[in-house]
Design a protein around this ligand. Structure first.
Ligand SMILES: [Zn+2]
Length: 889
């Protein structure tokens, strides 16, 4: 008998506070107000041993170890509460007497803890004792309270969502509140996140579907590896599979296999689909797909993920083990046979035909029933229909399906994000129409595919922030049209969102650019651009953004080399022409001008390109990179320190903390825009920024996977064996880490060349950089030893050839000369002599100019004009540009 009402508590302080109190079959809880979802305290009903009146409208709840005193508004209220509580406690005792007797801690949390321990929670001064148990997360003040079963609150995980925030922090988000936790270590955090995700899965799971499907013997073992109790399925292939195989299935893409959980994706499991799995199931599927598996290629429950993937690709993508249909290779015959098969109950025949090439959207020649699906419907073959529906991807939107049959449920709404409304959508003959529901014949609206200019797919992250308290729709994509309108669509699963997106894209992308469709793009659209050899005329091109790579296909079907946006030299935006905005991603030797014609669509592109060109995380490969795969940030710092001189105690002197912090932030945000300048930036601040970057680097320079091996290698006594091991470990690092390590050690190698001036010999540098690079406390010298070895054996370990070495020596000499010169006052550090040609590259037009660090392009231009005694006439326009001879520019 659940009961609610206001009572005053707590007991000892004699000051009673008004609390909203709730009691149900399991817990007595009190809240700050009746609006709160999460309690201040909960007391398990099972731990209540006595409830008694203590005078003055008061009553006492006695648990095994603690008493709580409540005061009601009046005696009648009080008596009502006592009666209710006594009754609930009695009922509880009679139901589970053995549990109450057995231990004082009768709360379910103590018995079933999946994970427990201390965590910091924002808003609490002390660490809380947190317990993940089943489908709930419980919060306790401390371990003692946990033992007694008396907690603060619990969170039902069916509404939870867990997200990692930083190295130690993670958020548990519910529609009512965000709990921001922080663990003691990164590993601890990962364990907690995993435990909470398990808990969510458990809260959402439902084994009814699984039990029904498992009723068929062959479905009780994974169709691919034979693991028992498989609780996943591919709903188009009609196979029941284990979790590990499901993971690999996903890698094949939804075009080949659509993976769903038997326990969690409840909505998918219609009566027809369950029946199809019972009739069809693993046995029939494998009679076709696994008719000829050589024993050496088969996989088992313990097979590794690579083996699994190889097997699944061969089985489903290549169809290597198929039982070929006799009509294989004869398209017309296959299609005709399919039209016949779908009117019978022979599902095996349909399967064989479909996966040997028959087209699910073939023309039946029957105007009443133009598709196999319509034929199946007329014959009343529900399971055939179900099977066809899940395999409709290829050519589904070919235009020959009737509207009602070829459609799926989509949510749509023009421009208004928070108020999605459910619409029935169809894509047919180049028109995307949306209807009030699937029975309506007149659409609410239509989008002509040829008017579409851009299709961005949205990730869930951007959603949470703007959906507020509304139920977040996580799988959305947008459609921008020529009229500069924006439509937003949301779907129930990421797979179906992608499927719709690809189908729409397929019908709007120019045939010349079709290869872009094979990409896993986040944004696809058409834009005008200038670039390459056709700078005089803007042409239409098709653009696809995939991660940080921009793919471009020109209107004549030439695919350009993809642009690595993180390696861009510069990204400018501005106005091109009079009204058209423009974005200009530029790389060494190549400039691409992108012209936007519609504001909304264009701003979307600019934003997406800017984001893709920036750093996306705190690991090395997520940074903006130079051509040689070194983070731009590292490159900028090293360059600056080299130029400005490595003064005494460089890297040992501490810079100004606040300056280091802000410089690092600036560089991480957009290193491309930061220009380190003498006078503005102290060399020690820059040195510390570099150190801080490596110390905080996600996964570290040596990677968590390999760092222990590097440290271990220091114990090798034989020098040659040790160097060999280092070389081996270097080869194992990801390319960006390898390039960065080489650049850094090269730099340190140079720094120690000047140890006479800066006092930083190899050993001193190693003391500083060892713990920084390995992110250790530096108590032992192993980390330092690695750095010392790397510098001492720089040439051997990094395979530096004579030419490289000579170039380096020359640079060192040049720097030394420059320093001497600067100390004698004849030249500023940073000046360099440069050759400038006027109009043509010929000996006669050659000029040598000393360019100082402060000289502008304009000043340089005037200097040259002045020397050649050229007088500027009105409307003359002179400019200077840099030619990089190593690049083809
Ligand atoms: Zn399996």
């Amino acid at each position: 008998i659940p009961s609610n009402g206001f009572l005053r508590s707590p007991p000892r302080s004699y000051i009673y506070q008004k609390r909203w109190v709730k009691v149900d079959a399991d817990y007595l809880r009190y809240f700050d107000s009746e609006k709160d979802t999460y309690s201040k305290r909960f007391i398990p009903v099972s731990s209540i041993s006595r409830v008694a009146s203590v005078g003055d409208q008061k009553f006492e709840v006695v648990t095994n170890n603690r008493n709580f005193v409540f005061r009601a508004e009046n005696d009648a209220d009080r008596n009502e509460w006592i009666r209710t509580l006594q009754q609930i406690a009695e009922e509880r005792k009679s139901k589970a007497p053995e549990r109450t007797l057995m231990s004082s801690a009768t709360d379910s949390a103590t018995e079933l803890a999946d994970k427990s321990g201390f965590l910091e929670l924002r808003g609490f001064k002390h660490k809380l004792f947190v317990v993940v148990a089943g489908d709930k997360v419980f919060l306790y003040k401390n371990a003692e309270d946990y033992r007694l079963g008396i907690g603060i609150t619990y969170i039902e995980m069916n509404v939870g969502n867990v997200k990692e925030v930083d190295r130690r922090g993670f958020d548990l988000t519910t529609p009512y509140k965000i709990f921001s936790f922080s663990a003691d270590s990164e590993q601890e955090k990962e364990e907690w996140v995993e435990a909470m995700q398990q808990s969510i899965a458990e809260a959402l799971s439902n084994s009814e579907v699984a039990e029904r499907i498992w009723a068929v013997e062959s479905n009780r073992f994974c169709a691919d590896c034979g693991s028992p109790k498989p609780d996943w399925a591919s709903i188009n292939l009609c196979v029941v599979i284990c979790k590990r195989c499901a993971g690999e299935h996903r890698g094949l893409g939804p075009g080949i296999t659509k993976v769903r959980s038997l326990k969690m994706d409840r909505k998918v499991w219609t009566e027809e689909l369950i029946e199809l799995f019972q009739k069809f199931g693993n046995m029939m599927a494998n009679q076709f797909w696994a008719a000829n598996v050589p024993p050496s290629e088969a996989i088992g429950p313990t097979s590794g993920s690579q083996e699994r993937r190889r097997f699944l690709i061969a089985k489903y993508r290549e169809g290597k083990y198929r039982h070929y249909h006799p009509l294989f290779g004869n398209q017309e015959e296959l299609d005709r046979a399919l039209c016949a098969a779908v009117t019978t109950s022979d599902l095996a025949e349909t399967q064989a035909l479909l996966f040997c090439g028959a087209s699910v959207t073939c023309d039946t020649g029957d105007p009443q029933c133009p598709t196999p699906l319509a034929l199946a419907e007329r014959s009343g073959q529900r399971l055939q229909m179900e099977f066809l529906l899940h395999n409709k991807t290829s050519g589904w939107f070919g235009g020959c399906c009737g509207a009602g049959q070829s459609s799926g449920r989509l949510l749509s709404a023009p421009l208004c994000r928070a108020e999605f409304s459910r619409r029935w959508c169809t894509l047919q003959d180049g028109v995307l129409s949306y209807y009030e529901n699937d029975r309506n014949a007149v659409p609410n609206g239509e989008i002509r595919v040829e008017e579409i200019v851009c299709l961005p797919l949205h990730s869930c992250r951007t959603w949470h922030s703007c959906s507020g308290t509304h139920e977040a729709i996580e799988n959305t994509f947008e459609v921008y049209t020529e009229a500069d309108r924006l439509y937003l669509f949301g779907l129930e699963s990421p797979d179906s969102a992608r499927e719709w997106l690809k189908s729409i894209a397929k019908s709007f992308v120019h045939p010349h650019a079709e290869e872009l469709l094979a990409l896993d793009f986040e944004r696809l659209g058409r834009l005008h651009y200038k670039g390459g050899l056709t700078l005089e005329r803007a042409q239409e091109g098709w653009f696809a953004l995939v991660g940080s790579t921009l793919h471009v296909c020109s209107e004549d079907g030439r695919r350009q080399e993809p642009l690595q946006l993180r390696k861009l030299q510069e990204l400018c935006d501005g106005v091109w022409g009079i009204t058209s905005p423009r974005a200009e991603p530029r790389r060494a030797g190549r400039t691409l001008y992108i012209q936007g014609e519609r504001k909304l669509d264009f701003l979307g592109w600019v934003h997406a390109i800017q984001k893709a060109a920036g750093s996306s995380g705190d690991t090395l490969s997520e940074q903006q990179l130079t051509e040689s795969d070194v983070p731009l940030l590292v490159d900028r710092c090293i360059d600056y320190i080299t130029q400005c001189g490595t003064g005494q105690g460089i890297y040992r002197k501490s810079g100004q903390n606040s300056k280091t912090t802000s410089l690092l932030e600036m560089l991480q945000r957009d290193a491309r825009r930061v220009r380190l300048k003498e006078g503005e930036h102290q060399v020690d601040d820059v040195a510390n920024t570099l150190k801080r970057f490596f110390r905080d680097l996600g996964d570290g320079l040596f990677t968590r996977r390999w760092a222990p091996d590097w440290l271990w290698a220091t114990a090798l006594e034989d020098e040659e064996a040790k160097v060999g091991k280092y070389r081996q470990l270097l080869a194992a690092l990801p390319p960006v880490n390898r390039a960065t390590l080489k650049a850094l050690i090269n730099h340190l190698f140079r720094v120690q060349c000047f140890s006479g001036e800066n006092q930083m010999n190899t050993h001193n540098l190693a003391i500083v950089f060892g713990p920084t690079l390995f992110q250790t406390d530096g108590k032992d010298y192993k980390a330092g030893r690695v750095v010392e070895d790397l510098i001492s054996h720089y040439v051997e370990i990094f395979n530096v050839n004579d030419q490289e070495m000579k170039k380096q020596q020359d640079e060192i000499t040049a720097i030394m000369k420059m320093r001497e010169a600067s100390s004698s006052g004849t030249q500023q550090a940073g000046d360099f002599i440069c050759t400038v040609y006027l109009e043509e590259k010929k000996t006669e037009t050659e000029q040598h100019v000393k360019v100082s660090t402060t000289m502008t392009a304009e000043e340089l231009t005037f200097e040259i004009l002045d020397r050649r005694k050229i007088v500027m006439k009105e409307k003359d326009y002179w400019s200077c540009f840099e030619v990089n001879e190593r690049e083809e520019a």
